[in-house]
Write a protein that binds this ligand. Structure first.
Ligand code: SAH
Length: 258
């Protein structure tokens, strides 16, 4: 279970925080680290020293340009946020996140991403709206922003507690599993990349039929994202929706088609 939890750091400016994140992860048995557009070289004397022996995680970290690339294969993406944002989104406490993990990671091809923001400005609204849910570590409301690696530590700890509780149960369940479960891949949840393709297709179609004007967005796409992500669609269900969109596009007035 722990090997399928990815920590994603976006736009980190202090390499020391990347090292300290690696340490926090290794302490809790997590190993999958992705860095999105770090602002500076991730492997420095400071990051190696702050990793205190866990610098192999920094060396193995995948470095990518966008959040999309970092979480494309993930079936659940959770953004860690110190603040509440304009459009309320499903919120989890760290404990609730941990409680959900065994079930989230039970199916085939499942992977969970925990996404952390920049030291100075956190995650953007666009980044947060790409997440199924947000997790907030309860804090003193007058001083709510933890150090980046400290926030990773708290969530990594909850991941480990959830794993310790679930592991014996998971072993029992695997033994008791019926052969019919071999059909489970049919029920596979859509990955982040599949969801993003769907959202792009949906937006294109809504523009083509004149329902959506990108110049006056009125949070339409954000609301549709929230609604769709809340439903946790399966791959098959998204395929049906995309089929409907393709047929809808064909009916759109020709001058609107792209
Ligand atoms: N100043 C930024 C916070 C940066 S802290 C802001 O106001 O948004 C760097 C990152 O650590 C945040 O983007 C978030 O991912 C994580 N973090 C810090 N405090 C947190 C908290 N109380 N709950 C959840 N995540 C937190």
């Amino acid at each position: 279970m722990l090997e399928r939890i990815r920590i994603v750091l976006i736009g980190t400016s202090h390499p020391g925080n990347i090292g300290a994140t690696a340490r926090a992860m290794h302490n809790m048995g997590l190993s999958d680290l992705s860095l999105v557009a770090p602002r500076g070289e991730p492997i420095t004397a400071d990051s190696v020293s702050r990793a205190s022996g866990a610098d192999h995680l920094v060396h193995a970290a995948r470095v990518v340009d966008t959040l999309e690339e970092a979480v494309a294969d993930c079936t659940l993406t959770v953004g860690a946020s110190a603040r509440s944002r304009t459009l309320p989104w499903p919120m989890l406490s760290p404990r609730e996140l941990g409680d959900r993990l065994p079930q989230e990671l039970a199916g085939p091809d499942t992977r969970v991403a925990l996404v952390f923001g920049r030291e100075d400005s956190g995650l953007t609204n666009a980044e947060l709206q790409r997440c199924h849910a947000h997790v907030h570590i309860p804090t003193n409301p007058d001083f709510s922003s933890l150090n980046l690696a400290a926030a990773v530590q708290v969530l990594a700890y909850e991941c480990r507690q959830a794993w310790l509780t679930a592991e014996p149960a998971a072993a029992d369940e695997a033994q008791a599993r019926e052969p019919a479960d071999a059909l489970a891949p049919d029920l596979a949840l859509a990955s982040h990349a599949e969801l993003e393709h769907y959202f792009a297709h949906l937006e294109r179609t809504l523009v083509a039929i004149g329902f959506h004007d990108p110049a006056k967005p009125r949070q339409l796409m954000a609301r549709l994202r929230r609604f769709t992500l809340r439903a946790r669609p399966e791959r098959m269900e998204l395929n049906i929706l995309r089929g409907i969109l393709s047929d809808t596009e064909k009916l759109a007035p020709p001058h609107e088609r792209r």
